[in-house]
Design a protein around this ligand. Structure first.
Ligand code: ZN
Length: 416
């Protein structure tokens, strides 16, 4: 690498300005952002991003699911580009940094290389993935999932939001149903910068998280069938109370996950009593379970223990407990070479760093199933995200973008 390239730093003020400029699209009163995927604010930020890419000399194309690709040519165009980017959609009450940082830092990398007159050996390509958040259309990360072949394009295009609008209609409305078939833009590898969305880096005073793994996910739909009866006249020993059963299951999930802490987490985030009434013993409850770990063996152990606990509680209480595994996502092991490249860049730039597991899902986790991928994390205030209070410092965002740039330069090579 040339001397210029090894000392190169991104323009911190320009990155910070871009983050705040795009935060206007869907700005909320509390300082957050509401930019649901494929809605009018998403169109505004997409138009902004397209103009910025074109101004930076990138060839922009859009795929059939609306993901945006900005290609910067390299010396050797026979090689696939190194990909970098994230997403520009947000949660309904989201923040300025989740996804936005990784996408705009990718743009900033291009702008910096342009300013320095650096040509890379292979091309690089910056990406804005459609619907990472999953709050308007399910599933989350749908575009990158389709890209890697987990879903067909037609399947995703037919998904509806709560108003019955399909992805295809929403893409049409904002003019982002692109020409390129999904999956045609190939990459030699992909690097995503993101805020941590957890408290570890901040608590340890580290600037960079070198993400080497991502958690696997177990999602269950549960149903408890007891027996509705009179709250006044049914003696305690004769009850088949669905809610009391759920209470035991909640504590079982907590205890099973806690036994594996810090390597697992478990949550019951939804529960609903059918026909609730203050003087009726609940007879039927549906609920969800979400368990996660970066270790497949721990996921297997959790599945076994959870089923055993549910069976024991069910037998003792004489109620039925059905537990359906509706989604199992294997843990992510990011590509060791790319992870090393991220770590090397952080070390060379003099930033404190540590290896870290991603607690949340990301497009890079999907992409890692078909290409080498890695992630760079920077701290966010109090570990808070998916919240209007989400915050990160300019210094940390700058550090993350510099690590992103030097990782990409190491992968793409500098033409001499
Ligand atoms: Zn995100």
């Amino acid at each position: 690498m040339t001397k210029i390239a090894s000392n190169l730093q991104i323009d911190s003020a320009r990155l910070w300005d871009s983050i705040h400029e795009t935060a206007k699209f869907g700005a909320t009163a509390k300082g957050g952002v509401r930019r649901l995927t494929l809605g009018p604010e998403d169109k505004q930020v997409r138009d902004w991003f397209r103009r910025a890419c074109e101004a930076a000399g990138l060839e922009v194309h859009v795929d059939a699911l609306g993901s945006m690709f900005g290609l910067r040519r390299g010396r050797d165009m026979s090689k696939p580009p190194v990909g970098l980017g994230s997403h520009l959609d947000t949660q309904p009450t989201g923040g300025k940094f989740d996804g936005v940082l990784g996408t705009l830092a990718a743009l900033e990398v291009v702008r910096t290389l342009n300013d320095a007159g650096i040509e890379t050996e292979t091309p690089i390509c910056i990406v804005n993935w459609t619907n990472e958040e999953g709050s308007r259309f399910a599933p989350a990360m749908m575009a990158s999932a389709a890209y890697v072949g987990d879903f067909t394009t037609a399947d995703i295009l037919s998904r509806k939001d709560t108003d019955g609008v399909t992805v295809a209609e929403a893409l049409d409305t904002i003019g982002y149903g692109g020409e390129s078939p999904v999956g045609t833009q190939k990459f030699s590898g992909f690097v995503e910068l993101h805020i941590e969305q957890g408290p570890i880096l901040e608590a340890e005073g580290k600037t960079i998280g070198v993400v080497d793994s991502g958690q696997g996910v177990l999602w269950y739909d549960g149903r408890i069938t007891g027996f509705e009866s009179h709250a006044g006249s049914t003696p305690m020993p004769l009850r088949r109370d669905a809610l009391a059963t759920l209470a035991e299951i909640v504590l079982a999930v907590e205890s099973i996950a806690s036994k594996q802490a810090p390597s697992a987490v478990g949550t019951i985030g939804e529960a609903a009593i059918a026909n609730p009434s203050r003087n009726v013993i609940p007879g039927e409850i549906v609920f969800t379970v979400d368990c996660r770990s970066a270790d497949a063996a721990i996921m297997d152990a959790i599945d076994k223990e959870l089923r055993a606990a549910a069976a024991a509680i069910s037998a003792r209480r004489k109620v039925e407990v059905a537990l359906d595994l509706v989604w199992r996502k294997a843990p992510t092991r990011f590509d060791p070479k790319l992870v090393d490249a991220v770590e090397h860049a952080a070390t060379a730039l003099g930033y404190s760093h540590r290896r870290i597991t991603s607690g949340a899902g990301h497009d890079a986790c999907n992409l890692n199933t078909v290409m080498p991928a890695a992630m760079v994390f920077v701290p966010c205030k109090d570990g808070v995200s998916h919240n209007e209070l989400e915050d990160a410092t300019q210094a940390d965002c700058t550090a993350g973008a510099n690590v992103l740039m030097h990782t990409v330069l190491a992968l793409a090579g500098v033409a001499s």
